[in-house]
Ligand binder design. Structure first.
Ligand code: BGC
Length: 787
């Protein structure tokens, strides 16, 4: 993102920007330690959280994502302050109790009185139309409501969890999930999903790693953009289509950095880490057209994101010129009080609106206190109009002023066969073969006897976090045991649960051992129930819960071949039993087609080709252990105690980022550069270096390989990661066949963001090592010089 200039609101209003001056702009700049502050046309109140003046959206020359609509201007002119504040309010619908219930009366009344802009957790064509009719036909101005829902990895058709999708290293998987989800959701009255989540994280203890794309900003950015395209379509005009929904880039920002992996916890980051690690996926999502952004629950260097003008206004709305809607997270505005940042609810309303939040989810601080704050001059009418304008223009872009209702007869009621096929293929493509000694996998479908054991072998609990009761109903024949029986028709397929997913009861292990002894091969299906994955599902230990490891040990003791299938939402510590298992397939939480997709890979109908999007630690004490760390002054050396290491662990993770095997083998050639040297100036002017890498299937089966390109900037003014991913491509090759993969490296790939709060992408002269390989370890190297 070359040449992004700091363009403050004040500058846009005719003020000037100077370094080192004394004023502050909102809460966020208070932490801009570099001393860059804003001078010039003074904000009305230069205290913490004073009003931030945004250019009224309608004055923008070219709205990037939300088109101009003169109905918005006309509405703004006619609205009372209460109606404007109403647009800034989102309330939750109690899905279980439905229309007219005491729980939902408040929502219906707010809609009727024009004091409601949006509703979350609404689903269903009939119910959504009913509530919409109240807003459109009974409120004074008839402004339609915006319905949002957490459609995270599927709506009726559950795709694999996002972490799994990232493991496919195939962004088309996310795009298909987005498109299928959009149709199913929109036809049921949902206009907007609170996805994709794009919080880069190095914390497997954090349950929400399941919702993320893991530890790498580039991989996450590619998936974020693809998912946005899937939800919204490629063109801005697509949003109004009956099969598209608005996306939400969340959580802005750095939520994945929570200390200790504890949900909602403190994050303290430098500006450069913020911009190099956490922000790139957001930028990519906005470039792909994402029309909304959700603020994060955490603090960023002391300032809660919901009150952080540096994040929400300076970076997002000014430097990136985001003209869409910033929604709070659930109760996130009110929580500024618990953070110890706002004195009370009114203060929270003031701080969040002034920082850049446009729409308040669930808490009602703006609706309750906005009018008083306005009278006292603590928020400005201009900022209020800006927020309302953004929300109205989103409604306009979604076509709600023209078509507020959905066609009830067109509501999708269950996954189509096509959608199921997409989910099955996505799940199979997401699986990662961690280990496969002596060709244990694939299984032969003509094997006489197969035992399928473990708590998840015959379980429907494989959908993962963030699914709806309706999705559970769709898990028809999705169990692995059924799928194995369907494939290995002539085999005797036996089953014993062995142990529960949690708890210490080992009384069922004997039956599992008996089944394993009687079979030629055993499939042991173990992992995490989805309930311990996702939001507020943090673990301090990452082994298999309960007595599951004992089950693996007992099966191993039989001396017969077996395969472990892991179904889980995060990297686990598997070192305790890994050596005893001949083969391990990481299947994650695979979604509605779990059973068939796992069987596809186990029997080799689909070749496993996924790669780890997050490192698997050897032990919890080793966390964070990510591939893209910086070097210390004393990098690990086996023969030197005084280097960076644990005394009681080998270096590095159990399995690194990018690792994943195949049923065949590949040879990846050295990276060839189109030029060995390029000027920083040329890069800034848009020139690129082409890198070509050959890849050949050297085995006897067809298979997939992911060619991965990593960079290391050898010496820079801010120490750089030892490696960082800047390109990947998944290819399918028949035995003996090869192909050439091409990457382009430009300014953004070769540069890095400095600590400047205004956003400065530096490209510095010096050497850059370019690695090509099939994981973040090893590979072959070429050197590029930036002149
Ligand atoms: C989560 C968000 C989610 C929201 C609405 C919050 O608890 O952090 O990601 O979109 O709830 O359900």
């Amino acid at each position: 993102m070359a040449g992004v200039q700091r363009r403050t609101v004040l500058a846009a209003l005719g003020g000037t920007v100077a370094a080192g001056a004394g004023g502050t702009l909102g809460a966020g700049t208070a932490r801009a330690a570099s001393g860059t502050t804003v001078q010039g046309a003074a904000p009305e109140r230069a205290t913490q959280g004073g009003p931030v003046r945004n250019r009224p959206a309608r004055n923008r020359q070219a709205a990037r994502t939300l088109p101009y609509d003169d109905r918005v201007d006309s509405l703004l002119e006619r609205m009372t302050v209460e109606e404007k504040l109403g647009q800034l309010q989102q309330l939750s619908w109690a899905f279980a109790t439905g229309p007219g219930s005491p729980d939902n009366k408040k929502v219906e009344e707010a809609a009727r009185s024009g004091r409601l802009g949006s509703v979350l957790n609404m689903f269903g064509a009939k119910d959504s139309n009913r509530l919409q009719r109240i807003a459109v036909e009974e409120s004074r101005l008839g402004v339609p409501l915006l319905f949002g829902l957490d459609v995270i990895h599927g709506c009726l058709t559950t795709f694999p969890i996002p972490l799994a999708q990232a493991a496919s290293f195939d962004p088309a998987v996310a795009e298909r999930d987005g498109a299928v989800s959009a149709l199913e959701a929109r036809s049921n009255g949902v206009h907007w999903t609170f996805a994709p989540m794009m919080d880069v994280t190095r914390e497997p203890r954090w349950g929400r790693i399941a919702e993320s794309c893991g530890e790498d900003p580039y991989l996450t950015a590619r998936f974020a953009a693809a998912k946005v395209r899937g939800y919204q379509g490629a063109e801005p005009g697509d949003l109004a289509s009956p099969d598209r929904i608005a996306a939400c880039a969340k959580h802005f920002a750095a939520y994945g950095g929570a200390e200790g992996g504890r949900d909602y916890n403190t994050v303290d980051v430098s500006e450069s880490r913020l911009r190099n690690l956490y922000l790139p996926p957001f930028r990519a999502a906005l470039d792909a057209g994402a029309v909304t952004v959700m603020a994060a629950f955490n603090t960023v260097s002391g300032v809660p994101a919901h009150g952080d003008a540096h994040l929400l206004t300076e970076i997002l709305k000014e430097q990136w010129e985001f003209d869409g809607v910033v929604v709070s997270d659930w109760n996130g505005v009110q929580e500024l009080v618990a953070h110890g940042f706002a004195a009370d609810a009114a203060d929270a309303a003031r701080l969040s609106l002034n920082a850049g939040v446009d729409l308040e989810m669930v808490s009602t601080t703006l609706a309750d206190h906005g009018a008083g704050l306005l009278d006292e001059g603590r928020i400005s009418e201009e900022r209020l109009d800006d927020a309302v304008g953004r929300i109205l223009r989103l409604k306009s872009a979604l076509g709600l002023f023209d078509r507020p209702y959905v066609k009830e007869s067109a509501a999708v009621a269950a996954p189509s066969e096509q959608a199921r096929a997409a989910a099955r293929s996505a799940a199979a493509r997401s699986m990662v073969l961690l280990k496969n000694d002596k060709g244990t996998l694939p299984l032969d479908k003509d094997t006489a006897g197969i035992a399928v054991v473990g708590p998840f072998a015959d379980s429907a609990d494989l959908l993962g976090t963030w699914t709806f009761p309706l999705a559970q109903e769709n898990f028809r024949s999705g169990k692995l045991l059924d799928a194995v029986r369907a494939v290995a028709r002539d085999a005797e397929v036996t089953h014993a649960r062995g142990v529960d997913p949690a708890g210490e009861d080992t009384s069922g292990i004997d039956a599992a051992v008996a089944a394993a002894k009687a079979a030629e091969v055993t499939v042991v299906v173990v992992g995490e129930p989805p309930a311990i994955s996702g939001e507020a599902a943090v673990r301090s230990e990452l082994g298999l819960p309960g007595a599951q490891e004992k089950l693996i040990e007992a099966v191993a003791d039989t001396g017969k071949p077996f395969v472990v299938v892991l179904v889980n939402g995060r990297p686990l510590t598997i070192g305790g039993w890994l050596d005893r298992a001949p083969a391990v397939l990481e299947a994650w939480h695979p979604g509605v087609e779990a059973g068939r997709a796992i069987a596809d890979v186990l029997f080799g109908t689909v070749a496993p080709g996924g790669k780890l999007p997050a490192s698997f630690p050897r032990s919890v004490g080793q966390i964070p252990v990510h591939y893209n760390h910086e070097s210390s002054g004393r990098p690990y050396a086996a023969d030197n105690k005084y280097t960076s290491k644990y005394l009681d662990l080998p270096p590095g993770p159990q399995f690194p980022f990018g690792h994943g095997l195949s049923y065949t083998t590949f040879a990846i050639g050295e990276p060839r550069l189109s030029r060995a040297r390029i000027d920083a100036e040329a890069l800034r002017a848009g020139e690129t270096v082409e890198v070509t890498v050959t890849v050949r299937n050297t085995g006897r089966r067809a298979g997939d390989e992911v060619v991965q390109l990593y960079l290391h900037d050898v010496a820079a003014s801010i120490a750089q990661p030892v490696r960082r991913l800047r390109g990947f491509e998944r290819v399918t090759l028949a035995p003996g066949r090869g192909t050439t993969v091409r990457f382009r490296l430009g300014e953004e790939d070769l540069g890095f963001w400095s600590n400047a709060p205004e956003g400065e992408l530096r490209v510095e002269p010096g050497a850059v090592d370019v690695y090509a390989g099939n994981s973040s370890r090893g590979g072959r190297k070429a050197r590029l010089t930036i002149g």
